[in-house]
Design a binder for this molecule. Structure first.
Ligand SMILES: NC(=O)c1ccc[n+]([C@@H]2O[C@H](COP(=O)([O-])OP(=O)(O)OC[C@H]3O[C@@H](n4cnc5c(N)ncnc54)[C@H](O)[C@@H]3O)[C@@H](O)[C@H]2O)c1
Length: 257
């Protein structure tokens, strides 16, 4: 397993023990990293605090990624607590429920704006906020989570697919901007996994069976498999990889009819 000892990372997107970001937190901690976790609201604070109690010396801070002020406050907290940052994991996504059940053509302006803001623009805003902290360390690795619904139609994925397309394009533009500072920016495109976010998509469980039937490995993936690939990209082992969308999906993306 790649080594993250001596590294300090920020992980945004832990809601509960099924969160992909929580699996990444556990894998990064096992690889030796010290971690900061965020919670977007008081409602989720208790969950995140309880999970974080299993970590060694974690930092916890509020951060609704739709708020520039909260992002600025978070960067100040990390500067105070860590004095620099080696990696950022961005696992935040949101779209209003009716945008994930009605036909895509009915997507409202507000739902579109909210989905793109929370699920795509937030990567740009968070990355910008932590660049000075990564510069202090001489390098950095930024990682976000995406889904193949950015390129192909999955029933009810709708505006989230549009947001993921914007997110993946943002990965490439950020990688280009920040490469000269030795900051890498990548995404993992994960296969479908049963989580809180996935439960918000009507008919999601039928997608899981499609992976079992058609993916080359004839199965879906789990959180720990995404987390292992994440640790590779966050660590020095991934030092020449940037602007990449790494498919961790049991090969599902390779299959046509
Ligand atoms: N589950 C899947 O099948 C799957 C597949 C590919 C990609 N992904 C992506 O992985 C990422 C993590 O999702 P997950 O499946 O682990 O579900 P999850 O519900 O555990 O994680 C989504 C997170 O987004 C956070 N969030 C929502 N609005 C926010 C806001 N305004 N500010 C800060 N945080 C906010 C939630 O609190 C939650 O922690 C998402 O980007 C998701 O699109 C999921």
């Amino acid at each position: 397993m790649p080594d993250l000892s001596g590294k300090q990372g920020l992980i945004v997107g832990v809601a509960n023990k099924r969160s992909i970001s929580w699996a990444i937190t556990q894998a990064a901690a096992a690889a030796g990293a010290r971690l900061a976790l965020t919670y977007p609201s008081e409602r989720l604070e208790e969950n995140v605090r309880e999970l974080a109690s299993a970590l060694k010396n974690p930092v916890l801070a509020p951060c609704d990624v739709a708020s520039d002020q909260q992002i600025a406050d978070l960067a100040a907290t990390l500067d105070r607590e860590f004095g620099g940052l080696d990696f950022l994991v961005h696992g935040a996504a949101f779209a209003p429920a009716d945008a994930l059940s009605k036909p895509f053509v009915e997507t409202s302006r507000d739902a579109f704006r909210m989905a793109l803001d929370v699920s795509a623009y937030s990567l740009v805003a968070l990355t910008r906020a932590v660049v000075p902290l990564m510069e202090k360390r001489g390098s950095g690795s930024v990682l976000t989570l995406t889904y193949i619904g950015s390129q192909r139609v999955f029933t009810n994925y709708n505006v989230m697919g549009v947001a993921k397309a914007a997110l993946e394009s943002s990965v490439r533009y950020l990688a280009s901007d920040l490469g000269p500072k030795n900051i890498r920016v990548n995404a993992i495109s994960a296969g479908a996994i049963k989580t809180l976010a996935a439960a918000g998509i009507s008919g999601f469980s039928s997608i899981l069976q499609v992976y079992r039937d058609r993916a080359p490995l004839r199965r879906g993936v789990d959180q720990s498999e995404v987390a292992d690939a994440a640790v590779f990209l966050l660590s020095n082992a991934g030092r020449a990889v940037t602007g990449e969308i790494l498919m961790v999906d049991a090969g599902f993306h390779t299959v046509g009819f």
